[in-house]
Design a protein around this ligand. Structure first.
Ligand code: NAG
Ligand code: NAG
Ligand code: NAG
Length: 362
């Protein structure tokens, strides 16, 4: 899919003028991922006293409670925050919206404050990341409250036996959802539509995490003959999960809140005869095209972004620069080259210069 179609048209800001924009801005505020700013720019916290929980940024009271009761879990959540930010930026490095604004947490700009598809992606990724991080911490023995994941029920067939220590997905999902869904269950939660959107997208993220569980094996036996094989259930790395979620971001469905009998439910805006599907990311407000800088809508624009001259993808200059054109410059790279291995055991290299053409958007 072309990225031009991805980030959506500008219908929210276009309709109803500035008053409507302000109105939406206030009511669609999403408190769902403010916890990504829990450390702010402050110093690392010593996780030995529960009163630190109060000092964290962006947590709702229920999350502070969880923090107090599960202090030992907090370094794992901090790691998940770091991984969410890094993985989001790696996944979107070739897109106009490149996730750099996630660093402003918890004081997000409108791209992640309103019910946009960018928020949908980040919520899902963050929910997956917390579950991922906890599941891994269990397996590596970092947490006193959990250990290796359960061995699968199906009796291992003759070709391998279950062994090793699997990631504890069960515990990761349980504690992860308690933490990441808490803002939507909080009394302070915002508008119902946004709440439902965030809950739905968190669940999509966790499902992507579940789907990433795979059987990993290790061979034993004389000189790796693999006469004995042990296998365990392990999660794929977060970047692969982010790639899955990026596909869902590109195909995300715009939804509205509908009364369905006594309940309120999100339904696709264009096709509101069916409920939203469990696997799809949903959003409420369309995003700007992120071509030009406009802080009011959280767009940093693509001026000075690097692009690939003749590429047709989202990082091609045509799409990235929104047709404004690009400037070329040459860059001289100093690289190690003609490396020679000397027995034993070192390598010598020469330094070579290589000239590369680079392109940046006008
Ligand atoms: C927590 O750690 C800090 C810094 O290392 C130390 O000063 C403090 O006494 C510790 N508190 C407890 C309850 O262990
Ligand atoms: C045994 O497990 C392996 C690895 O999952 C699989 O490839 C193979 O088909 C299984 N064999 C039987 C008999 O189920
Ligand atoms: C992301 O976009 C911003 C705004 O255009 C830019 O300043 C930043 O360098 C970009 N980050 C990366 C990794 O390309």
């Amino acid at each position: 899919m072309g990225a031009g179609a991805g980030p959506g048209a500008q219908d929210v800001m276009g309709r109803g003028g500035p008053f409507a924009a302000v109105f939406l801005g206030l009511w669609q505020l999403s408190a769902g991922i403010q916890w990504l700013g829990l450390l702010g720019n402050g110093n690392p916290v010593a996780w030995n006293e529960s009163q630190y929980c109060r000092l964290l940024n962006g947590l709702v009271p229920e999350q502070i409670q969880l923090c107090r009761r599960n202090l030992e879990l907090m370094p794992t959540i901090v790691r998940a925050v770091r991984e969410t930010k890094a993985s989001c930026q790696r996944s979107f490095a070739d897109m106009r919206w490149n996730c750099s604004s996630i660093e402003q947490a918890p004081n997000f700009s409108p791209d992640l404050l309103k019910g946009t598809r960018e928020l949908a992606f980040v919520s899902a990724l963050a929910a997956a990341a917390v579950g991922h991080s906890i599941a891994r911490s269990c397996a590596s023995g970092d947490l006193p409250t959990c250990s290796c994941g359960a061995v699968p029920d199906d009796i291992s067939n003759s070709s391998f036996r279950w062994g090793g220590c699997g990631d504890n997905l069960h515990y990761g999902l349980q504690m992860g959802s308690a933490f990441t869904d808490a803002p939507m269950k909080s009394r302070k939660a915002g508008m119902q539509a946004t709440k439902l959107m965030n809950l739905h997208n968190n669940a999509v993220g966790r499902q992507a995490l579940i789907d990433s569980l795979e059987t990993k094996c290790k061979c034993h036996g004389i000189s790796g003959s693999c006469s004995v094989k042990t296998c365990w259930k392990g999660l794929q790395d977060l970047d692969s999960i982010a790639q899955e979620l990026k596909m869902k971001y590109l195909g995300a469905v715009k939804v509205i809140l509908r009364h369905m009998g006594l309940r309120k439910q999100l339904v696709p805006k264009e096709l509101d005869i069916r409920p939203v599907q469990e696997a799809e990311l949903v959003y409420l407000s369309s995003s700007p095209d992120y071509c030009t800088k406009n802080p009011k809508v959280g767009s940093q624009g693509t001026q000075d972004r690097q692009c690939q001259k003749n590429a047709v993808g989202s990082d091609g200059c045509n799409l990235m620069c929104c047709g404004r054109g690009y400037n070329a410059y040459t860059q001289i790279l100093l690289e190690r080259c003609h490396c020679i291995y000397h027995w034993c055991c070192y390598v010598t290299c020469k330094k070579c210069e290589r000239t590369v053409e680079r392109y940046v958007c006008k």
